[in-house]
Write a protein that binds this ligand. Structure first.
Ligand code: IMP
Length: 208
């Protein structure tokens, strides 16, 4: 079984390749790289948008030999009304969550800017940590059928940056059962407990 993955995030793609014991190819090896406007209201909706866009762009003769895959993920922070959620990659560039236009026009922000925004919001509330969870939705097109699975990783976010491994919010997220942040833990440990690992494991069952 061979997979073509729609992802522009190198860290994510590496994690997915590490977790799946299948041949994983990056979409830009087959077609010119392109962006998808992620304007669905759920992780599942965005994951489906991405995998369908990939299906439309790939030449028909390639489609029959491969399973197409995309993934959408983010972090939900309890004390911040479960934000940033589906807006995790553009969090620092959203000034007004009540303004749809502001949300839709916001571009992805750097990891450090997103982290600093979470720290600022926690500090504004005079709290040093909050329960939080990561969520991952994996979408696949196999034999023209769309399949989706979800995975979660629970823990807490803190108002301090710990470590520099991983990506995104890893340095401020401590998984339940651990004393260290994902920014400090070995990548093999992250890959064995992560939201992506869990969603991909369920997907492996559906596609085998
Ligand atoms: P997506 O590429 O649109 O799915 O956005 C995912 C965003 O969620 C990333 O840019 C990160 O900010 C965040 N995120 C998702 N998974 C992780 C993770 O495993 N660690 C840290 N941040 C993550």
């Amino acid at each position: 079984m061979k997979i073509i993955l729609f992802s522009k995030n190198k860290h994510k793609a590496r994690e997915i390749q590490n977790i799946l014991d299948l041949e994983v190819n990056i979409f830009s090896d087959f077609v010119e790289s392109f962006d998808v406007i992620e304007n669905a209201t759920t992780f599942k909706g965005n994951a489906i948008l991405k995998v369908k866009a990939l299906q439309e762009r790939l030449p028909k003769e390639i489609l029959k030999d491969y399973i197409l895959m995309s993934e959408d993920s983010g972090i939900c922070i309890e004390e911040l009304d479960y934000k940033p959620g589906i807006y995790s990659s553009r969090y620092a560039n959203i000034n007004d969550f009540n303004n749809k236009e502001n949300i839709n026009n916001a571009k992805d922000a750097s990891d450090i800017d997103n982290i600093n925004k979470v720290i600022k919001e926690l500090n504004n509330k005079n709290i040093t940590s909050s329960n939080a969870y990561f969520i991952s939705c994996v979408a696949v097109i196999k034999n023209k059928q769309i399949l989706t699975t979800h995975g979660f990783l629970s823990g807490k976010v803190i108002n301090k940056i710990l470590g520099n491994r991983g990506f995104g919010y890893d340095p401020i997220f401590i998984p339940n059962g651990f004393e260290k942040s994902l920014g400090e833990l070995d990548s093999d440990i992250k890959d064995s407990i992560s939201h992506r690992f869990r969603a991909l494991n369920l997907m492996k069952i559906l596609i085998r």
